[in-house]
Design a protein around this ligand. Structure first.
Ligand code: AMP
Length: 191
């Protein structure tokens, strides 16, 4: 199996590149942000609880997202592999993901980290907020909170994969095709 963690701060281009990678490598895309937004759209109890935190740019509890990923892995037991987008975001989530994959006799192949400056991220998120309909993309204070959450809780996840020799940093600035090409080279050199 090819199991990739696509990593990077909000606005780094994870969603855009995931879409291209799943088609090219025939993978299943698991974005915890997308799953949470579909829970909100369906007005489930979980969605309503998560919305309160998401609207403030704060991470939802680990057990919530770990449970969601567990169900998605079960629902896609025939998959050739997965792209994890926006997950894991804490060390506890990374450890839980390793355990969930080990139970299914597989493992993370590689973490690909899209690297983009904070100034460029804010610019991109505000632009996305104009037509994404996402409240958390429209307000500079919430954007700042999301980037702070990334720096204080999520950046450590990179260290977790570095310690396993699975980390690759990719320049996240350039054309979509250029960045995609760099991601593919990194993946192909690992397969
Ligand atoms: P995203 O679409 O990945 O930018 O996620 C939007 C929001 O959903 C985040 O700001 C968090 O509030 C929440 N979220 C998404 N994924 C996770 C995760 N793995 N752990 C905790 N919260 C998450």
């Amino acid at each position: 199996m090819l199991n990739l963690v696509l990593f990077g701060p909000p606005g780094a281009g994870k969603g855009t590149q995931s879409e291209k990678l799943i088609h090219y490598y025939q993978l299943v895309h698991l974005s915890t942000g997308d799953i949470l937004r579909s829970e909100i759209a369906a007005q489930t109890a979980l969605g309503m609880e998560a919305k309160k935190l998401m609207d403030q740019g704060i991470l939802v509890p680990d057990e919530v997202v770990i449970g969601m990923i567990n169900s998605k892995l079960d629902a896609n037991s025939e998959a050739k592999g997965f792209i994890f987008d926006g997950f894991p975001r804490t060390k506890a989530q990374a450890e839980a993901l390793d355990a969930l994959l080990a139970k299914r006799n597989t493992t993370i192949t590689l973490m690909l980290a899209l690297e983009v400056s904070e100034e460029e991220l804010t610019k991109r998120l505000l632009l996305r907020g104009k037509d994404s309909g996402r409240a958390d993309d429209r307000n500079t204070d919430i954007i700042k909170k999301r980037i702070d959450e990334y720096n204080s809780k999520t950046a450590a996840v990179a260290e977790y994969y570095k310690a396993q020799n699975k980390f690759k940093g990719i320049n996240g600035v350039g054309s979509i095709e250029e960045i995609f090409g760099n991601l593919c080279s990194a993946i192909d050199s690992e397969k």
